[in-house]
Design a protein around this ligand. Structure first.
Ligand code: MN
Length: 611
């Protein structure tokens, strides 16, 4: 040390102990007390030493600051000090020399003080302490910091910051929690280093296992890379405490797809540490009434996400759309997600429009690989759920059969999934469960009915209640359908079209019960199924219409419903025609005053479609 440099006086941090004290160095201390042979000096609350009276340079009182030089640290831990009185010096802080502990290891450190480096994934202010959820490469844990009841601790720490914190590991209500003693936001270069380390490790941990599919399928095999990608993003969201909002079509297929993922994700959340109720606020499942992501849906989702972000310090969510999300009709909502930077993924089996892809970070769709509607969302969802969390496979392996039956899949995979579900669930059982889901969802409206739906799908570990409940729902649903059919069948009008197809028309507004089950779409579907059964092998189109809408079902007629909608839109000025669907099912909207010309023109187009 050159003469020109100031002497360095060290200030021992609160967590430091003997390990951080070095012979030959000077420290800032405080007089603790007097003895006949000298002065006791505290270097911090844990470390003290003795200045022999021969080494005292000035008069002192208790609590006086004093600078001491460490002469010797004895083997019994006693420290011999000498008072020094430099006139010019620099102080430097000494921090506890700890290597950081992984969050997955804190269970072995209960009662000990640990250093953690990680990302702040949530900041929740309670009426007592502030709870910081920390994520590192190994797991998730909560840290509690307290300054004053209900007052935000460490206001300089923001969501997403990389921090170093020290604190004691405690066990509270069977959960590990760190009582934060100190926390600092890392400097940019340290942030980069830690973030890189965490990201690399998370990337590995998020990688799904390699599993064969439940059934043999060329289409699934071709979709595997995209399915793995979606599974990986879901796992990553769970590992980084990013909320997932799962939107799905509110029918049996959509519900099966979404519940499979729900089972996988909630089980993963339960074992990942963090809050005991994370499975409720980090995963939300919401049915969409329309077969696409409506403006009404994104508006609600965004509203909740922004409030959760402001109120509970949650990250903005990832959005997963199942059994919808892949068509042009989803565009207005997808544009909103981009403004708010919400990552969106789609798992769908409706004919996709390419325009959606620039808004998605993942998109699984059988049409991308030469498959079709027959590989239903419930099949895709169950296979993805196994990749997300293989542990739930036994619970969900019957869901693809229910989905396939519910969505009338005609793909060869349908029979394979039904065989997989047997003998526990026969095809008739699957049909019953699908109907029970449709019926119950009608009354649930916009609610997910998480626990009710688990009972219907026999996921609650109460098979007796499941069986009784499904029986009851099926009985009620069939009674309601019978009533509806009794009322409407006498009003079905029929004609034969130029292409030889039978056209059946029904006014579901005038001749069916409204605001009850079955709703108009299902009512026309039910009528269609009956008419088709009466005319095996013949081409049949059923057109159910209300004042400003029409629903279409066909068998054996090659309609391109999206194209018909586009043509009607441009050909009928002031018709206000919109809608969509695919080759055999679709719905069309128009303005009430133009129903006659729109329906007439629609019928003409159906009559021109190839058989
Ligand atoms: Mn579907």
């Amino acid at each position: 040390m050159g003469d020109t440099e100031d002497m360095i006086v060290y200030r021992l941090g609160a967590n430091c102990d003997l390990d951080e004290v070095e012979e030959g160095k000077a420290y800032l201390g405080r007089v603790q007390g007097f003895a006949p042979f000298g002065i006791f000096v505290q270097l911090n609350d844990r470390v003290k030493g003795l200045v022999h009276k021969s080494n005292v340079k000035a008069q002192h009182e208790e609590r006086d600051p004093i600078i001491v030089h460490v002469l010797q640290i004895r083997s019994n831990g006693n420290i011999d000090l000498e008072e020094v009185t430099p006139t010019v010096y620099q102080t430097q802080n000494v921090t506890k020399k700890t290597t950081s502990v992984l969050l997955s290891d804190i269970g072995k450190k209960i009662g000990r003080t640990v250093l953690i480096e990680g990302e702040v994934a949530q900041i929740k202010q309670t009426s007592g302490p502030t709870i910081f959820t920390i994520v590192d490469e190994s797991g998730t844990a909560n840290g509690a910091a307290f300054i004053e009841a209900g007052v935000r601790a460490y206001p300089e720490v923001d969501l997403g910051d990389i921090v170093a914190l020290t604190g004691e590991v405690m066990q509270r209500n069977n959960q590990l929690q760190i009582e934060i003693g100190s926390m600092t936001v890392l400097a940019p270069e340290d942030t980069a280093r830690v973030r890189e380390r965490i990201d690399a490790a998370l990337d590995l941990r998020a990688e799904p296992v390699d599993l064969p599919f439940l059934v043999e399928s060329e289409v699934l095999r071709a979709l595997k890379p995209q399915m793995r990608k979606v599974a990986k993003e879901i796992r990553k969201a769970v590992l980084t405490a990013r909320p997932i909002v799962l939107r799905h079509h509110a029918d049996a297929d959509g519900i099966c797809a979404a519940v499979a993922i729900e089972q996988a994700v909630t089980a993963l959340l339960r074992e990942s540490g963090g809050d005991f109720d994370a499975e409720y606020f980090l995963f939300k499942r919401s049915p969409s009434k329309a077969p696409f992501y409506e403006i009404e849906d994104i508006t609600r989702d965004l509203d909740f996400a922004l409030k959760d972000n402001a109120r509970y310090g949650q990250k903005m969510p990832m959005i997963l759309l199942m059994d919808n999300g892949s068509t042009e009709e989803d565009m207005p909502s997808l544009k909103v997600t981009r403004i708010y930077g919400l990552p969106v993924m789609v798992v769908d089996h409706h004919h996709p429009d390419e325009v959606v892809d620039e808004y998605l970070i993942g998109h699984v769709n059988p049409y991308h690989v030469g498959g079709d509607y027959g590989i239903t969302a419930g099949m895709l969802g169950t296979e993805i759920a196994r990749l997300v969390n293989p542990a739930v496979e036994d619970q969900i392996r019957h869901l693809p059969a229910i989905a396939g039956v519910g969505d009338r899949s005609e793909a060869p995979e349908r029979a394979r999934y039904i065989a997989l579900a047997a003998p526990e669930y026969s095809e008739d059982d699957c049909r019953d469960i699908a109907l029970a889901l449709d019926y119950e969802q009608f009354w649930l409206r916009f609610s997910d009915g998480r626990e009710i739906v688990k009972d219907i799908l026999n996921l609650s570990g109460n098979p007796e209640r499941h069986a009784k409940f499904v029986d009851l729902l099926v009985e009620e649903a069939n009674r309601a359908i019978e009533e509806q059919m009794e009322a409407i069948m006498p009003h079905v009008e029929s004609r034969t079209l130029p292409n030889g197809a039978h056209l059946f028309m029904l006014d579901v507004e005038l001749f069916a019960h409204r605001f009850t089950f079955p709703p108009p779409g299902k009512t026309s579907g039910e009528v269609h199924d009956r008419l088709v059964r009466e005319r095996p092998g013949e081409p049949v189109v059923t057109l159910g219409f209300g004042p400003d809408f029409a629903v279409l079902r066909s068998r054996g007629v090659m309609m391109n419903i999206p194209r018909m909608v586009r043509e009607l839109h441009s050909e009928i000025a002031g018709g206000g025609v919109s809608g969509g669907g695919h080759l055999v099912v679709g719905s069309i909207k128009f303005v009430e005053g133009m129903r006659e010309p729109v329906v007439a023109s629609l019928i003409q187009k159906i009559g021109e479609a190839p058989i």
